[in-house]
Structure formats: C-alpha cells, structure tokens
Design a binder for this molecule. Sequence first.
Ligand SMILES: [Zn+2]
Length: 357
Amino acid sequence: MTDQSIQFLHELLRTPSPTGMEIQAQRLWASYIAPYTTSQECDAYGSTWATLKSRRKDAPTLMLDAHADEIGFSIRYITDDGFAYVERLGGSDVAIARGRRLRFFGRKGEVLGVIGNTAIHIREDLEKAPKLWELYVDFGCSSRKEVEEMGLRVGDRAVYCDEPLMLNSRLVCRALDDRLCGFITAEVARTLHERKIRPSWNIVFANSVQEEVGCIGAEMVTYRLNPDAAICLDVTHATDTPGLSATRYGEVKLGMGPCLCIGPACHPSINSRLENIAEEKNIPLQRETSGRTTGTNTDSIFRSRGGVPATNLSLPLRYMHSPVETAELSDVVNTIELLVQFIASLKPDDVFRHTLR
Ligand SMILES: [Zn+2]
C-alpha cells in the first residue's frame, strides 16, 4: 500500500454510504480503480464493477466482490418539539447508540444530530438496553418546523460521525465492514497493474450495494455478470478480545492473516487453490467454518443461476457493527497479496467446479 492508497482509504471511509445511498462512495471507488481496469459500470441500484479484460478471447471470468454499503439509521418520525425517531438500516446495534453523534443527509445537505441519553442519575432501568423506538435524535431544534427547515424529512439517512483513527498498526473506524474490502479489491487491481500482470481470466471487481439488508446487490450483479468463479470479501469476527470463547466461536485473531471459510457454500476447489497459494507464498491464512450458509454476499453469489463456484475470504475484525470496528493493516496487505497471487495463478483452462470424472 502506498501513501496514496492510504489517502484513498481514508477518503472512502469518510464518504458516507448507508444502505440504499451508496452512489457517492461508488463514484469515488470507480474513479480510483479506473486507471487499473478496462471499464467501470454500475447497475440501476448502484452496484458498481470494474472489469480487467483478459487479452484472450472467450476467457472465463473471476468476480471479486465486496459490499459498498454500511449500516446506519433513517428518520421514521419527527415530533412537534423537534426530536426524530429512527428506523435502523441493517444491523445497527441499539445497545451502543445512545450518546452518539450522527451525520444526516437531507435535501439541503448534511445535518448533525446526537442520540439523546438520559443522565445516569435520573434514568430508570439502568441495566437495560433501550428499544429501537426509544432512541431519539436531538438536532438542537425546538420544533418540527425548525428540523424541516434544515432540510430533513422522513426517510433521510444517517451514519455515525466517527472517522478513521490509528491505534499502532490497527485501523479503527465505523464501516470498515465492508469498505476495507472495497479498498482491497481496488488495491488488487492497482497491484496487478503495477506488476504488469495481465491475467488469463477476465477479472471483475464488484462493489455491490445493499448487503446489510440481505445480500441483495450481489444477487443482481452475479446474475448480470454470470462469472465462472467468485471470491467474496467481507469481514469476520476476530475472537481475540476478552469474554469471547474459542470453544464457542472458534479462534480468529487480528494480524494472523485473512480467514478462509469452510462450509457448504464455499467451493472446495477454490478453497484448496487459495490454501495452496498461501502455503507456497508464505502468506498467513486462518480458517473458520460455517455449518450452513455464510451470512455474507457469498450466499447470493454461489446460488446464482445454475450455481457459481464461490468462496468467502474474510478480514478479521473486532467490534463489528460499532463505530470502533478495528482491523490490522498487515491482514489487509496479506489479503491483497493472496488475491494477486491467486489471479496470477489462473490458467485459461482452470475449472473450479465438480465433474463426474
Ligand atoms: Zn459486511
């Protein structure tokens, strides 16, 4: 990663991308990846992909997917005295919401607000997490009219104000899930370009929308692009913080490399190629298992049309769906390297599917 790539990562993280409102961040991502790819396009709902065309005619296609959206809130109701009640976009954690700052995006631009927190001294039910419908936002206004005059209406979306922060070699921010993986795909494209690797497959770098509400963008994109194989990049729970049991959740650590999912959705032929490359090139790789589907875009990708050989490669992350999501930069570097080596290893006649012989 260069200084310029880190600068891009920070800009990408500062750009809000709540589910259903991803297009601004998509444009930023597309302009960064443009010099390293052949074309950039998006679909009706904003899922965006950049294609690196192989020189070979009729080359098969590998899709790398990350999701562009982040969790957030939207305004459900504005009271006469100027407070807003909210709906959540995706899995926003109500238990940690009170006392936080939000950026709202209205028709007159950005408006800041805070989620009210009744003081500890006078709060009843001290131990209890609030219900979603008990959270209210204070815009510093005294009436609904004042709120509306700032350009806010029902449906306007918000994300937390939190910006990138470095703790030693670890990056802390909201929305590392899954902006960090969109950054990884862009850096894979840049690295291929820099090393003058022209893959023998077509490579599609997809940044799909609406993952947090049911892996929807990836469903549309996979159907449209119909790839021959796919690797889905998302985050997974690091279990190396206090109070998490490895016997219950498995062992995933920050700084020990990307994490490969083993489960029915994750095709063994792609998994074994990734594992062989990691071993050959000395790239650390962790393993996790899922007994059913994966809870990521992989679930939309692998069952598209007649089935797409796919797997799920994850970046270990602490504190998922909080404003202090934490990841280790060496894991980002190792994920990029593993993917670059995977792509460089692709032969024109590689087939990642089962056959009867
Ligand atoms: Zn995610």
